[in-house]
Design a protein around this ligand. Sequence first.
Ligand code: FMN
Length: 193
Amino acid sequence: MATCEIPAVPEVHPALRRRFSPVRFDPDAIVTAAQLDTLLQAAGNAPSAGNSQPWSFIVGRRGDEVHDRIVQYLARSSTAWAPGASLLVVNLAHVRVEDTDNWEYSEFARYDLGQAVAHMTIQGLVLGLDAHQFRAFDRDAVAAEFDVPGHWEVTSMTAFGVAAHAPGEIASPGTSRERAEIDEITWARAGGS
Ligand SMILES: Cc1cc2nc3c(=O)[nH]c(=O)nc-3n(C[C@H](O)[C@H](O)[C@H](O)COP(=O)(O)O)c2cc1C
């Protein structure tokens, strides 16, 4: 049973309101092993179709050996900011059944991975960590580097750390922070209070 207090005037949670994808991180900020465990627990607690849990993560903390192995496959655009983050997390989806002729593991594998990543990033906000998800890296090369088997897909990456700038202060090239209005993202809805 949910036990959160419901505010009289509903509003988006402050952590979600201030969330943004930084393009410069504090180069001295560290994510502790305990914080990392908490991020992974939050991801692992996400719901998934049939409780299939089709996710796995490659985790590099800045300065460690896994981090060094990930960084070499960043695209030029993400090399400008991602290595300075405290943590790089590669997000993997379990897309096929092992040793089969392309049988789908779950039709919701990427949906569920995205949800686990969302849980991880929101947990990060609670811990004071900002996050920038991205795909600007060589996914095949990362898969080869870490011997990821063919029934798993290297899908995306998340940089976690402490933002070193305010939202909107530095524009991320090729990206936008503009949002559609809620009536534009609502397919159908009855009126009333
Ligand atoms: C799956 C995914 C891939 C993304 N890829 C990139 C990327 O390659 N480079 C980048 O700078 N940002 C990337 N982003 C971040 C988005 O551009 C960003 O979330 C969007 O512009 C909205 O900005 P905001 O997160 O600050 O609100 C990606 C986000 C997601 C969820």
